[in-house]
Structures are given as C-alpha cells and as structure tokens.
Design a protein around this ligand. Structure first.
Ligand code: C5P
Length: 222
C-alpha cells in the first residue's frame, strides 16, 4: 500500500486480551491474540497515521513507530484510553477486554482446601461504549465477535455503543478469528452500508477497515 491517506491523523488502537487478577498467581482472561489490532496499528502507520497502541498482554512484536501503552486489566485499558482520547481522530477497539473481574482480589495465594469454590465476578467498564458516548470529533470503530446472528448483534452493538462503524466476525467459523493469521468480517457503517470481506490475511483485512475509516473521515469533511 503506497497511500498516505491517514497522514495527519492520530489513531488509537486497543488490542489483545486483558487479565483480571484472582490472587497474586491466578487470573481470568480470554483467547484474544492481539493479531488483528497489531495488524491495524501497522497498516495505519504504513498509511501515515500517528498510532497509539493500547495493548493487553500479547506475544507479538510491537509495530515500529507506534506509541505502545502496555496494560494488564480492563480498568487499566479504560484509564489509558479515556486519558488519551482527546488527542485522537479515531479509536479502533480491537481488544477483547474481560467483561467481568473478581469482586475481590485475594492478597495471598488461595489454598486448594475446598472441593468447590465460587468466585463472584463484577462488570468492568465498557471502554468503547464510554468513548462512543463522549466523542466529539472522533470516529469510533468497534468489533463484534459473535457465534450466531452476527450481523444482527453487530448492528445492535453499533447503536448501543454509539459507534461510527463496526467490524463483525463469526468466531465459531473455522480458520479465522482468535489466534488465526486470517479473518473474514462484515464491516457495517452507521449509515447502514455493509461490506463483506471474505477470508484473507489480517494485514489485508486491516487495510480494508482503514479504507472504510478513511471514507468516514472524508464524509465529515464534505
Ligand atoms: O459487547 P462486546 O464485548 O461484544 O463489544 C465488543 C466491542 O467493545 C469491541 O470493540 C471491544 O473492544 C469493545 N469492548 C470494550 N470494553 C469492554 C468490552 C468490549 O471496549 N469492557
């Protein structure tokens, strides 16, 4: 890609999973690899953007030129995203932040004395929803990882979280999604426009997402 269509734009990307501590040695997390978010960060840099990459714990090489903000928990990711939101022209929420965390974190390692145990979980803040509701000039792009009725849930989420665009994928499909180098998605804009992106490397999916973002920026200039 030789376009420089994101020159002068600052783009925040959230990527990867988060971890919610149970005690000093254990945590709750999910299967997000961070690959989609890192591919978007790299593609945005290639197209001339300044990139803030807020990343949960992943095993990936950071893209050269991005400002990396490493975080562990959803609360950390939320605080980083909210504190830097004012500086950016768009946020792309590719992370899979844990939706719940233990109500209490044990300060010492929990001993396995009981046959069964219960951990009470409480909601974590919704980062993209908070940003969607407080945005001024920013474009807010989210993801929807679903296992059924992908398009319908994605459209609901787009409205509920005040997003400008949502990237929906079926995480139950084979050979795409979590951990894969490939993805197949549907990109739905707030105006209802839908673009189907068949299975292809996440690098290419990233560029198509940014093509759509660039068109949103153009719309707001007109
Ligand atoms: O509601 P759901 O988790 O399916 O929404 C997915 C979108 O919301 C993704 O863009 C994800 O990054 C974002 N999200 C978030 N904070 C959360 C949960 C999800 O920003 N606590």
């Amino acid at each position: 890609n030789i376009k420089n269509d994101l020159d002068g734009k600052t783009i925040m990307v959230t990527a990867g999973p988060t971890r919610e501590a149970i005690d000093p040695v254990r945590y709750i997390s999910n299967h997000s690899s961070g690959k989609m978010g890192y591919a978007i960060a790299r593609a945005a840099l290639d197209r001339g953007a300044k990139v803030l990459l807020i990343s949960g714990p992943v095993a990936l090489t950071p893209p050269v030129g991005a400002e990396i903000i490493p975080v562990i928990s959803t609360q950390d990711m939320y605080e980083a995203a909210v504190s830097r939101f004012e500086e950016v022209d768009a946020v792309i929420g590719a992370a899979a932040p844990a939706d719940y965390k233990p109500a209490e974190v044990s300060p010492v390692k929990i001993k396995k004395t009981e046959d069964a145990m219960t951990i009470t979980l409480i909601r974590t803040p919704d980062i993209i929803k908070t940003l969607g509701r407080t945005k001024t000039r920013q474009k807010v792009v989210g993801f929807a990882a679903e296992t059924q009725d992908v398009e319908q849930y994605a459209r609901q989420k787009l409205v509920d979280k005040s997003m400008d665009m949502i990237v929906a994928n079926d995480v139950s499909a084979n050979g795409v999604g979590f951990g894969s180098d490939y993805n197949a998605v549907k990109i739905i804009r707030h105006d209802g426009n839908l673009k189907e992106v068949p299975r292809m490397p996440k690098e290419q999916v990233a560029h198509i997402i940014l093509d759509e973002l660039a068109s949103l920026f153009e719309d707001s200039v007109l």
